[in-house]
Design a protein around this ligand. Structure first.
Ligand code: SF4
Length: 397
């Protein structure tokens, strides 16, 4: 996609993209380096493109966050989620806890069970291997599959983000998940170098993450990915990462949503004092993602990580807020409370948008190509439980 030329002026770039032309790498670099006074034009173009594909509707998924295990073999320097066995707060959910949480979530109208956990802890911790054996499993993914089956029995759709998965593991999870997720975070291998945030995180090797997402595409799995900004990457590396996601989607068509997530510094971590991205950084990145990915791709920003920038993010071209839980915290960002859904709906309305609930699989992915037929009935029933004006979006398949 790279083109060896001087970047065009902003107006020429946005006009070309709005006419259906591509955003090329040199122009995207120019946009990401751009002056703040060019921001209103950039946001206006991205917002117009979003309106063309998504109208004035912004969605969210009502979910429960299940931290199946917070043990993790990696050590990202911004993370407070991960624990070693024996650390205060180290936790692997029991079956009873999983049943109890999902039952409570159903009572609260949740339709998504987010299975979120550390990367492959059984390879690092003998104590955890013993825990798995007591649970009747020899791998974390075997236990996650059982948790997904429990969720389906209780009438809620699993979405699993379990870190890097093998081909076989994705085959195991596909029939019991509405969708799977893995943040690319950033495509630059530089972030794994000495002193960088992923030095001690072998599962954050970008090539391995791209390879997994390619395999998910071959398996026709609706997939959630995204980038994490503010962890030491350059602005150009943010753009490179968006291009990597765009390439995957162009090849397989399976990227159902792209998250633009901002790093938030956490007490007690090596990156506690690192500078956080500003709201303008977020808005600029969202807008470039929209111009690159086009009107039809779902672009999401987590509302709890930018509580004062909801209006700006709407103007920048998002059409989704991701999962919001009425009953469980964001265990990855425990300091960041979810917004109250009615308050978020009011903000959206004031900006001219309707906030609507969606499922863990977007309507455009419902159908035999991407959804296991065994899940179709539950998807239909849950879609029917969404406010009636939204039912048509899921339609028959
Ligand atoms: S961010 Fe994920 S992979 Fe990295 S240490 Fe935390 S739980 Fe592990």
């Amino acid at each position: 996609m790279a083109r060896d030329h001087a970047p065009a002026p902003l107006e020429a770039v946005t006009e070309r993209v709005l006419r259906g032309g591509p955003l090329d790498l040199a122009d995207a670099y120019a946009l990401v380096r751009g002056a703040d006074d060019a921001l209103p034009s950039l946001l206006a173009a991205a917002g117009a493109l979003r309106d063309r594909g998504k109208g004035r509707v912004v969605t969210y998924s009502r979910k429960v966050f299940l931290p199946i295990t917070n043990l993790c073999r990696d050590r990202c320097t911004y993370c407070t989620f991960r624990k070693d066995p024996g650390d205060p707060g180290a936790w692997t959910m029991t079956r009873d806890e999983i049943v109890e949480w999902i039952t409570a979530a159903r009572r609260q109208g949740c339709k998504e069970a987010l299975m979120c956990l550390g990367d492959r802890p059984e390879t690092a911790f003998p104590e955890y291997r013993a825990t798995l054996r007591e649970l009747g499993h020899d791998s974390t993914i075997g236990y996650v599959r059982e948790a997904c089956e429990i969720a389906l029995e209780l009438g809620i759709l699993p979405h699993t983000n379990a870190g890097l998965l093998t081909t076989e593991e994705m085959r195991l999870l596909r029939p019991v998940n509405a969708s799977l997720g893995l943040m690319l975070e950033n495509v630059s291998p530089r972030l794994r170098a000495a002193g960088m945030p992923h030095q001690y995180a072998p599962d954050k090797e970008p090539a391995r993450r791209v390879a997994m997402m390619s395999e998910a595409g071959r398996q026709r799995i609706p997939f959630t990915t995204g980038i994490l900004i503010g962890i030491g990457e350059t602005p150009e590396e943010r753009v490179d990462s968006l291009f990597a996601i765009a390439d995957l989607h162009a090849t397989y068509g399976h990227i159902q949503e792209v998250i633009i997530q901002n790093f938030r510094g956490k007490l007690g971590t090596p990156m506690a004092d690192a500078t956080e991205p500003t709201a303008v950084d977020m808005a600029r990145t969202v807008a470039i993602a929209r111009l690159l990915l086009g009107p039809d791709v779902n672009i999401q920003a987590p509302p709890n990580l930018s509580p004062d920038a909801h209006r700006l993010l709407l103007r920048a071209g998002i059409n989704d807020w991701g999962g919001i839980s009425p009953i469980s915290r964001d265990y990855v960002n425990p300091e960041a409370a979810w917004p109250m859904i009615p308050a978020l709906a009011r903000t959206c309305a004031e900006e001219g948008f309707t906030l609507r609930e969606r499922l863990a699989i977007y309507p455009e992915y419902v159908g035999p190509r991407f959804l296991d037929p065994a899940l179709a009935g539950l998807v239909d029933r849950l879609a029917a439980g969404i406010h009636t004006e939204d039912v048509h979006a899921y339609g028959a398949h």
